[in-house]
Design a protein around this ligand. Structure first.
Ligand code: ADP
Ligand code: MG
Ligand code: ZN
Length: 544
């Protein structure tokens, strides 16, 4: 791992099995949980938690984070309070624990007053039996009664620990910010003696730093597992035009006949059309998006999880809390909004450990469609800028034909990864590692300068609207009436890139937009048509 992203799990500090608590801990591990071997970092995090340290547990989804606080709770005096964002996640966990005969309860929507009373009563006894109490963050931020109860427990020294599950919800930079999570920042001030454990599958360094800052965890022990998913086979397919439903359907009908999968689409409308078209082609599909009511959404989820439905056509609203082990393919029919988003969404494949495919249909024009949607939602220019930055990092990921897809993702998350692993693991090598093409490397700085100069010249002196397509045509030297009439066939840039193939010219231009040597200005016309014109960008002078 690079930078200040630590992993105390890798030192020998917490690896011992000879602590005074170790015997009991192993007994509970085997007899209560019925498990035999620890996943990476579990033993270390459990030891650190039992020893009373604050902990920050970073593991990909399915990595086994829950055990890191559930097991310690059984060895400690008092009750562990678990904060989790969704009722469905809470119910799942409590049910699982109860079935293992572990005393757990929850206070989230849906329990009756008398059930709640029973919990309060139990916790008021001399030596409460209850070990884990799950609540939604609203309970802590909004229930006076609950808070005064916590206070009493604290004074009686019966608060064993606070657990902040899905801790990325405290960060505005995360993909699922929840204001009620942000208020958890008072836990440390109000209950300074209670250790905190924060857990998340968030992979971005920025969000990680923000989580610790928000929760006021100044010196937690870090337990960070690799975010590599060795059983996922990443590939990218060039998308022709706006719609790729025919290709997606053909793929599902040939390669994934009976397999479960997700197709991510851009908009609600696109989900609906995709699902309808699949049904016409005999694929059992349903669409899933925020336009459906809550109960409709859980119904769709349920039918998919029980295999009644093969494919869900979803927007990114289909996400957290969905845990289907045997998802064999995740297809992105549209460019994901960020590398983080792509990692999380594609990561829903292959949770069972068996190989699964992650296929992304890529087309640069999706940038404009996404930008249009983002602009409609977020008028704030700073927010827009962050979104566009994230989007362009994704573009750059897609347009990269030589580097390993795993390495690109993991490096983005601050993790060092040796590409040879991807190459060697043939069944799941990424497309770039599978590719046998030869590449020529050359310095295109001068081309980039000439292009920038030409854009300045054409846009300013001729006050002409220049599109990416025109710019590509000029550089390539295409014999077009439009260019002749505008006198552009005489321009020094005309035909400079005659020997280039079009895709490479486009990649260079997109890279120049990413670097802000060029800038694309988007205009939406009255009939909702998007026009994009090129200008020189704010870093043009630096390039020159
Ligand atoms: P996370 O919260 O990191 O997404 P969970 O804690 O929900 O993951 O665990 C995912 C699955 O892995 C669960 O079904 C859990 O029972 C299982 N699991 C966790 N730890 C182990 C282990 N040491 N051995 C076997 N299975 C485990
Ligand atoms: Mg979890
Ligand atoms: Zn690779």
């Amino acid at each position: 791992f690079t930078g200040n992203y630590k992993n105390d799990g890798a030192s020998n500090e917490f690896t011992s099995l000879t602590y005074p608590h170790s015997r009991e801990m192993l007994k509970v591990f085997r007899q209560k949980f019925g498990l035999y071997s620890f996943r990476p970092n579990q033993l270390q995090a459990i030891n650190a938690a039992i020893l009373g340290f604050d902990c920050f547990v970073l593991m990909p989804t399915g990595g086994g984070k829950s055990l890191c606080y559930q097991l310690p709770s059984l060895l400690l005096q008092g009750v562990t309070i678990v904060i989790s964002p969704l009722k469905s996640l809470i119910l799942d966990q409590v049910q699982k624990l109860t079935s293992l005969d572990i005393p757990a309860a929850h206070m989230s929507g849906g329990i009756t007053d008398s059930q709640e009373c029973a919990i309060y009563k139990e916790l008021s006894t001399m030596n409460p039996n209850l070990k884990l109490l799950y609540v939604t963050p609203e309970k802590i931020s909004a229930s006076q009664k609950f808070c005064s109860f916590l206070k009493t427990l604290y004074e009686r020294e019966l608060l064993a620990r606070f657990v902040i599950d899905e801790a990325h919800c405290v960060s505005q930079w995360g993909h699922d910010f929840r204001p009620d999570y942000k208020r958890l920042n008072m836990l440390r001030d109000k209950y300074p003696k209670v250790p905190i454990i924060a857990l998340t599958a968030t992979a971005t360094p920025r969000v990680r730093t923000d989580i610790l800052h928000q929760l006021k965890l100044t010196t937690p022990k870090w337990f960070m597992s690799s975010f590599n998913r060795p059983n996922l086979r990443y590939s990218l397919i060039a998308k022709k035009g706006k719609n790729c439903s025919d290709e997606v359907i053909a793929l599902i009908k040939t390669k994934y006949k009976k397999e479960s999968g997700i197709v991510y689409c851009l908009s609600r409308k696109e989900c609906d059309t995709f699902a309808a078209q699949m049904k016409e082609n005999g694929i059992k599909a349903l669409s899933y998006h925020a336009g459906h009511a809550d109960n409709k959404r859980s119904e769709i989820q349920g039918r998919w999880i029980s295999e009644e439905i093969q494919v869900v056509c979803a927007t990114i609203a289909f996400g957290m809390g969905i845990d289907k082990p045997n998802v064999r393919f995740v297809i992105h029919a549209v460019l994901p909004k960020s590398i983080e988003g792509y990692y999380q969404e594609s990561g829903r494949a292959g949770r069972d450990g068996a190989n699964a495919d992650c296929i992304l249909f890529y087309n640069y024009a999706d940038v404009y469609r996404i930008r249009k949607m983002v602009e409609q939602d977020n008028p704030n220019p700073n927010v827009l800028r962050t979104h566009m930055d994230n989007l362009f990092k994704m573009v750059s990921f897609c347009e990269n034909k030589t580097d390993c897809r795993r390495q690109l993702q993991l490096n983005y998350f601050g993790e060092i990864y040796d590409r040879q692993q991807c190459v060697a693991n043939k069944a799941t090598s990424c497309d770039n590692c599978r590719c046998k093409d030869d590449f020529n490397m050359f310095d295109a700085t001068e081309d980039a300068k000439q292009i920038t100069k030409a854009v300045r010249d054409i846009v300013q002196s001729r006050s002409c609207n220049l599109t990416m397509v025109m710019l590509t045509d000029i550089f390539k030297g295409c014999d077009l009436k439009k260019l002749r009439e505008a006198g552009l066939t005489k321009h020094p840039l005309y035909g400079r890139g005659r020997s280039w193939n079009r895709g490479d010219i486009e990649r260079l231009l997109h890279y120049m937009v990413l670097k802000e040597y060029l800038q694309e200005n988007m205009h939406i016309t009255v009939n909702d048509f998007v026009c994009v014109y090129v200008k020189i960008g704010q870093n043009a002078a630096e390039l020159m």
